[in-house]
Design a protein around this ligand. Structure first.
Ligand code: GLA
Length: 506
């Protein structure tokens, strides 16, 4: 970002030619909107600009936040460079565009992502000034209170979520297909329960302010009934801000009403994503904001699992249970790469003490089966999340699963570790070179041991049980090889690169 701003500054100091261009450019004043293509129900993006001489001010509303124009300067070919910024979590974040008035339209040219990337441009149309205004700030609960526990998620929630595979391109038919599959492919029997619609389902509000699903979800109540008829539960997604991350309607100012609507539809879980609230509230106000929805969900009297998604900000693990949260994301978004999964796993070690029945650290949804990692790596993903007592939300297309993917997702022995009713999250007990040994205390005095190899070559561990301050196990089982084990005086294991050996021991 700094580099792009520097470039813009350089451009600004290009002398007279550019100045002349700027003077001849048509006035940018107006409210200009872009309708996102192929995004049924998504809101428009707004450039609300005011030009005085060569100076341009105003707001730019991207998918989920408002940026304020800070600098304008003449750009090439009759364009004007705009630099806008916003404050997120105390940090100033910038965006930059080149804009140009063409007839009654505003042409928007996006900054290049890479030096030789093709130029991306779009046309914004003039709309009434009343649209897309930066919303007035609404009051938040003045008092922090303990929202009573809803009694759900005694073990980490298991299910499926649409985001990792489908993004906002999700619809009723796909959700039904996932429910059909989960109910028939062995996942339901293995413990998977929730089918969660992530971002992309909403459209506008009706005259009474009730949120209306977009055309891709013609009848949310019927969909919930269908999912329930399969013995499964339906989850939905919203934001405490006016907009969701992908630019759909959020619950801002409609918290109680939306909770009541979700309950009326028969929804069983809500993922509540901070995105659109980022520059409306401050991070210090997050707890009160999440409390508001926690209370609203409880007031519906319907058991609704409450999933906090604010990327682990403001030490959410310390107050997640207080706002009625059953799970809270601990990091930014996972992607389907070894580096992303590994990076997230690494950051969970210090959080073990905050997990307990009813209240879980959420290192984000599974990427197993999405194609960006090997099956060995996906087994590590599954093992690690089980050691962490993490929610197990599959994120792949269940219609196109390989037998290996299904076997990984439904390994009952691994799932039993994840779902252990003592609810104690595991942690690292040894790091030796690229290998790590993690331990999780289980109900009834048993233990799960995972030996991860994060390195590029096969590796081994050989450590005396005494040095690990663990009594030599009497017996045990290898949970991936599905075979019984006997033990000597040392914990010994050979693990392939990026692989995991996982045991349950007595
Ligand atoms: C955020 C969340 C993701 C997903 C998207 C949807 O990035 O962290 O898990 O819900 O929003 O837009």
């Amino acid at each position: 970002m700094i580099a792009t701003i520097m470039n813009t500054r350089l451009v600004r100091f290009f002398p007279l030619l550019l100045l002349a261009v700027a003077c001849s450019a048509a006035d940018l004043t107006g409210n200009w909107a872009i309708t996102p293509p192929n995004a049924e129900g998504a809101k428009k993006l707004y450039f609300k600009l005011k030009q005085e001489g060569s100076n341009v001010t105003g707001t730019i509303r991207t998918e989920h936040v408002y940026y304020f124009v800070k600098e304008s300067s003449p750009g090439p070919e009759d364009t004007t460079n705009l630099i806008a910024s916003m404050i997120d979590n105390g940090n100033e974040r910038f965006i930059q565009y080149q804009v140009k008035r063409v007839g009654d339209d505003l042409h928007i040219i996006y900054p290049r992502r890479r030096p030789n990337a093709p130029v991306r441009a779009t046309v914004a149309k003039r709309v009434p000034d009343s649209e897309g205004a930066y919303p007035a700030r609404l009051p938040i609960p003045a008092k922090l209170r303990q929202v009573p526990y809803n009694g759900l998620a005694k073990t980490p929630p298991m299910g499926w979520n649409s985001w990792n595979k489908f993004g906002a391109a999700i619809d009723d038919a796909t959700i039904r297909a996932m429910a059909d599959l989960m109910a028939s492919n062995g996942m339901k029997e293995a413990g998977y329960q929730y089918i969660n619609i992530d971002d992309g389902w909403a459209s506008v509000r009706d005259a009474k302010g009730e949120i209306v699903p977009n055309k891709k979800f013609p009848d949310m109540k019927a969909l919930a009934d269908y999912v329930h008829s399969k013995g499964l539960k339906l989850g939905i997604y919203s934001s405490p801000g006016p907009d969701t991350c992908a630019g759909y309607e959020g619950s801002y100012g409609h918290e109680e009403q939306d909770a009541a609507t979700f309950a009326k539809w028969g929804v069983d879980a809500l993922k509540y994503d901070w995105c659109g609230a980022i520059n409306i509230y401050t991070s210090d106000e997050m707890q009160a904001v999440y409390q508001k929805m926690g209370e609203a969900l409880l007031a519906t009297k319907r058991p609704i699992l409450y999933s906090l998604c604010q990327y682990g900000r403001a030490e959410v693990w310390k107050w997640g249970p207080e706002v009625g949260g059953n799970l809270w994301r601990t990091t930014g978004d996972i992607t389907d790469t070894w580096e992303s999964m590994k990076g997230i796993g690494d950051r969970q070690n210090s959080l073990a003490q905050f997990a307990a029945p009813g209240h879980w650290n959420d290192p984000d949804m599974l990427e197993i089966g999405n194609g960006g990692m090997t099956d060995t790596e996906y087994r590590t993903h599954m093992s690690w999340w089980a050691m962490l007592a993490a929610p197990l939300l599959a994120g792949n297309d269940l219609r196109k699963m390989t037998p290996e993917t299904l076997a990984i997702l439904t390994n009952r022995d691994i799932i039993a570790i994840d779902q252990d009713k003592a609810g104690k999250q595991g942690a690292r007990i040894l790091r030796t070179g690229n290998l790590e040994v993690w331990l999780r205390e289980l109900d009834g005095g048993e233990r799960a041991i995972a030996i991860f190899n994060f390195g590029p070559e096969q590796g081994s561990v050989n450590v005396k049980w005494a040095d690990l301050r663990i009594a030599k196990p009497v017996k045990g089982r290898d949970l991936w090889l599905q075979k019984d084990l006997t033990f000597g005086d040392a914990l010994t294991a050979t693990v392939p690169s990026h692989g995991t050996v996982m045991w349950r021991v007595k």
